[in-house]
Ligand binder design. Structure first.
Ligand code: ATP
Ligand code: MG
Length: 559
C-alpha cells in the first residue's frame, strides 16, 4: 500500500530527525556551521529520488545558514560521462539550488593514493592476486567467517612495489587488487578485507589516462566528505552498513571526522527510480530519451510540465523518514496541480474530433473579440483576446443527443453558455450518412453578453473556439509509464519491462484559441475544463506540440 499523507500545512511541523541532530550539534558546539553535499555519480540523469536528496541536503543547509557542495562521485570511469555531469548541473539549477563548490572525487585521486600507500606502510593494506571468484568464496557468509587470502601476509616492501607497479600499468584489469587488512572474521561483512583499489585501463572523463587504478567507492566516499569538511553527510539507508567502514578509514587515517546519516529512499507508485533501468529504457528505445515526459527523471518531468515549485512542495510534504516509503504518485500530481492552478494561464482548446456549431442568427463575417482573464484568480489582471464568430468548434463530449436529466451541457433544444460569451440554444442536429453528429445549428441570445444587458444564467458552461481562428495542435497525452503500482515488488519471474503501459502515450489533435501560441509564461498552461499542458520542444510554427502535464482534477484528496 502506498503511504498516505496528511496535510499539516497549518500546524508547525515537528523537527525531523536530521534537523534534531543538526540543532544538537550546533548547540553542543560539535560543529559551528553546517556543510552538506549532494554526491551524484555522473552515470545517468537525476530522477525524482535525487530531488528528495537535493531538497534535504540543500534545504538543511539553507535552514541553518550553511552551504552545500556538489560532489561528483566519479570513481567508475567506464560508466561516467560529461554529458551527465552537465545535465546534473542543469537539473540542480532548475530546482533553484546553488552549490558552494563544485567538487569531484577524482580531484582527490592523488590524496587517496597517498592514503592507500600509507595504509600499506602501516601493514594495514595488501595486494591480493586472487581471482574475483576466489575472493567471493573466501569471504564467507554472515554465519561463517571468511578465509584469509594466501597473499595476505606479503611484506610491506613487496606490497608497496606491486601497488606502484599496478599504478604504472604493469598489470592487466582484474589481475590484482589492493585490499585493506582488517578482519576476515568480522561479523560486519564490510570489514572482511574490503577492496580499496582495482585495475581499470579506462579513460576517465576528467583525469584522462593518468590513472589505470581507481579507488573503490567505499574507499572514496567518506574520505571525500572528510577532505571537504562535510559536517553532515546525508545519504540513503542502504549505506548504513557501510558507515562503520567509512568511520574506520577516517579514524585510521586520522582525518576530519565527517559523519554520515541515512534516510529512506523515495519510491513512487507506477514508476521506477533506478538509473540502471532508466538507462536501459533509453538504450532500448522504449522511451524517446532521458527527457521523455513519461520518465521520472528531472528533465523528463520538466518536459512534462512539472514545476520546480511543485517538486519542492512534494519533498516537503513527504518529509524525511528512516523507513522505506512507497509514495502515491498522486501526491506529486496534487502538488503539480496546486502550483499550476495558482500560476498558470488559461486558454480554451477543443479536443480531437470536435463538433461544429453554426450560429444561424449571427451576422455573416462578423468577429467579436472578448477580453478574457489569463487567470481567474486575478480577474482584473492580464487579459487575452479571444475571437468569437458564427462558426465554432466544441468538444464532442459536451453534446449529447439523448441526454439524461443531469447532463448540463448542450443537448437538442437545450441551452448552454459558451464560456466568457453568450448563451446559445441548439435547434437542429445535422448528421452524416453514418449517423454521426457533424454539426449543430444553434442561435445565440445577444442579450446574454457578459457585462451588458440583463444577466441570465444557465446550468452549463462549455469551452469553444472559433473555427476561423482555431490553431491546430498536436497533443501528446501521457499516462503512467508502468501498469503496476509497486514496481519494486513485481513477481520474480517477470521483467520490469513486461509492465510498460502501452497506453502511456496517445497522440491526438486539439484546436486552440489563437492567444495560446503567444503565451510567454514559460510554464504549463491550463486548457480550460481539460487539464494542464505545456509546449514541447518539438513544436514548430506549423505544428505546435503540447504535452499533457496532468488532468485538471483527480478523485484523490490530500486534505
Ligand atoms: P541509482 O540507484 O538510481 O543509480 P544512486 O543512489 O546510485 O541511484 P547517486 O548518483 O549515487 O545515485 O545518488 C546521489 C544521491 O542521491 C545519493 O546520496 C543517493 O543516496 C541519493 N538518492 C538516489 N536515489 C534516491 C532516492 N530514490 N531517494 C532519495 N535519495 C536518493
Ligand atoms: Mg550511487
Amino acid at each position: 500500500m502506498a503511504e498516505e499523507i496528511k496535510n499539516t500545512a497549518e500546524e508547525p511541523r515537528k523537527l525531523n530527525f536530521l534537523e534534531e541532530i543538526i540543532e544538537d550539534d550546533l548547540k553542543s558546539g560539535k560543529v559551528s556551521s553546517v556543510l552538506t553535499r549532494f554526491p551524484p555519480e555522473p552515470n545517468g540523469y537525476l530522477h525524482l529520488g535525487h530531488a528528495k536528496s537535493l531538497c534535504i541536503n540543500f534545504g538543511l543547509a539553507q535552514k541553518y545558514g550553511g552551504l552545500t557542495n556538489l560532489r561528483y562521485d566519479d570513481t567508475n570511469p567506464t560508466k561516467e560521462d560529461t554529458e551527465y555531469v552537465d545535465a546534473i548541473k542543469e537539473d540542480i539549477k532548475w530546482l533553484g539550488f546553488e552549490w558552494a563548490k563544485e567538487c569531484y572525487a577524482s580531484d582527490y585521486f592523488d590524496q587517496l593514493y597517498e592514503w592507500a600507500e600509507d595504509l600499506i606502510k602501516r601493514g594495514l593494506a595488501y595486494v591480493d592476486d586472487q581471482t574475483q571468484d576466489q575472493m567471493r568464496e573466501n569471504r564467507g557468509t554472515v554465519d561463517k567467517p571468511g578465509t584469509d587470502s594466501p597473499w595476505r601476509n606479503r611484506s610491506v616492501e613487496e606490497n608497496l612495489q606491486i601497488f606502484r607497479d599496478m599504478k604504472a600499468g604493469k598489470y592487466a584489469d582484474g589481475e590484482k587488487v589492493l585490499r585493506a587488512k582488517i578482519d576476515m572474521a568480522s561479523p560486519n561483512m564490510m570489514f572482511r578485507d574490503p577492496i580499496l583499489y582495482r585495475i581499470k585501463h579506462a579513460h576517465h572523463h576528467r583525469t584522462g589516462d593518468k590513472w589505470c587504478i581507481y579507488p573503490m567507492y567505499d574507499f572514496t566516499h567518506g574520505q571525500c566528505d572528510s577532505i571537504e569538511h562535510i559536517t553532515h553527510s546525508i545519504c540513503t539507508l542502504e549505506f548504513d552498513v557501510h558507515r562503520p567502514l567509512y568511520d574506520w578509514f577516517i579514524k585510521t587515517l586520522d582525518i576530519y571526522p565527517s559523519h554520515q546519516y541515512e534516510f529512506a529512499r523515495l519510491n513512487l507508485t507506477y514508476t521506477l527510480m533506478s538509473k540502471r533501468k532508466l538507462l536501459e529504457l533509453v538504450q532500448k528505445g522504449l522511451v524517446s530519451g532521458w527527457d521523455d515526459p513519461r520518465m521520472p527523471t528531472l528533465c523528463g518531468v520538466r518536459r512534462r510540465g512539472y514545476t520546480a515549485n511543485a517538486l519542492k512542495m512534494f519533498c516537503d510534504k513527504i518529509g524525511v523518514t528512516k523507513h522505506d516509503q512507497l509514495m502515491d504518485i498522486q501526491v506529486l500530481e496534487w502538488c503539480v496541480r496546486q502550483d499550476l492552478n495558482a500560476r498558470s494561464n488559461r486558454y480554451m482548446v477543443v479536443s480531437d474530433d470536435p463538433i461544429k456549431v453554426t450560429l444561424t442568427n449571427w451576422e455573416e463575417g462578423k468577429v467579436e473579440w472578448f477580453d478574457c482573464p489569463l487567470n481567474p484568480a486575478d480577474p482584473e489582471g492580464a487579459k487575452r483576446r479571444v475571437p468569437f464568430t458564427g462558426e465554432l468548434l466544441i468538444d464532442r463530449a459536451d453534446f449529447m443527443e439523448d441526454a439524461p436529466k443531469k447532463f448540463f451541457r448542450l443537448k437538442p433544444e437545450g441551452e448552454v453558455r459558451l464560456k466568457y460569451t453568450y448563451i446559445i440554444k441548439c435547434n437542429e442536429v445535422v448528421k452524416d450518412e453514418n449517423g454521426k453528429v457533424v454539426e449543430l445549428k444553434c442561435t445565440y441570445d445577444p442579450s446574454t453578453r457578459p457585462g451588458g444587458g440583463e444577466w441570465r444564467s444557465v446550468k452549463g458552461t462549455i469551452h469553444w473556439v472559433s473555427t476561423a481562428y482555431a490553431k491546430e495542435l498536436e497533443l501528446r497525452l501521457y499516462d503512467r509509464l508502468f501498469t503496476e503500482a509497486d514496481m519494486n515488488n513485481i513477481p520474480e519471474d517477470k521483467d520490469y519491462k513486461d509492465f510498460l503501459n502501452p497506453q502511456s502515450l496517445v497522440i491526438a489533435k486539439g484546436y486552440a484559441e489563437p492567444a495560446l501560441l503567444e503565451d510567454e509564461s514559460g510554464i504549463a498552461v491550463q486548457f480550460e475544463r481539460t487539464g494542464y499542458f505545456v509546449k514541447d520542444k518539438d513544436s514548430t510554427l506549423e505544428k505546435p506540440v503540447f504535452n499533457k502535464t496532468t488532468a485538471l482534477k483527480d478523485s484523490f484528496k490530500i486534505d
